[in-house]
Design a protein around this ligand. Structure first.
Ligand code: ZN
Length: 226
């Protein structure tokens, strides 16, 4: 649907928002499509190492003038063990045939379900999540097939017509930077978003997340000769 149509219908959207590059780009796109007054964000706190992301998320939501709701999902720590919540583990990229050890079992499924419950309560049908299949590093719950299946399950379980939207699903990181640039927010995202797995302000420059972000940015900047 075009932005004007969405605005005219006063359709509302809930953005799953971590304060990182991807979800911030989704949030900015949603504000452009739906109008600021029709967009709100939901963030999840689960004892992640990169908790600094959440501080950034709060700052960005305030700065952009959209409502943010933070949900405590620290129960994740009781059920899974992985490098994102366990400081003693070294963060590794995907080894052959394996997921990266930053994969949190069930995370996106839980986030979508909770976002759905919240959305229904607030008469919101469109849920936006910045998952991406292209650079997904092997995370099974970032795949389109999972999102579609979850959409159907949520519609059945909550008896409500959700529309889960994934604007970044088939974009490369370079194309996500291009999207931010077209929205007029390239520097904003460079400066204010946080994507490092180690939670280093400005990025550690070494972890898989920093690596992906930097490579994508360089690719885009070279391509667009900025
Ligand atoms: Zn890093």
């Amino acid at each position: 649907m075009k932005s004007e149509q969405l605005k005219m219908q006063n359709r509302k959207a809930l953005v799953i928002f971590s304060g990182g590059q991807d979800s911030t780009t989704c949030l900015l796109q949603a504000i452009a499509d739906y109008g600021r007054e029709n967009v709100e964000t939901i963030s999840f706190q689960y004892g992640q190492r990169h908790a600094i992301e959440l501080e950034k998320a709060k700052w960005i939501a305030d700065d952009l003038g959209v409502k943010q709701t933070v949900i405590d999902t620290s129960v994740i720590k009781q059920t899974t063990n992985n490098a994102l919540v366990d400081d003693s583990q070294e963060i590794k990229s995907a080894q052959e045939g394996n997921y990266p050890n930053t994969f949190v079992d069930g995370r996106n499924m839980l986030f979508l379900l909770l976002a759905g419950c919240y959305a229904k309560q607030h008469s919101i049908k469109d849920i936006i999540i910045g998952v991406c299949e292209t650079d997904f590093s092997g995370y099974p719950d970032c795949r389109d097939i999972f999102i579609k299946s979850m959409n159907v399950s949520m519609n059945l379980a909550l008896d409500y017509t959700f529309n889960i939207i994934t604007p970044l699903m088939y974009l490369t990181k370079a194309q996500t930077w291009e999207m931010a640039d077209k929205l007029g927010y390239l520097d904003y995202i460079r400066l204010h978003t946080h994507t490092c797995y180690y939670g280093v302000e400005g990025g550690c420059g070494k972890c898989p997340s920093c690596d992906l972000r930097e490579k994508g940015l360089n690719q885009y900047l070279t391509h667009s000769s900025k």
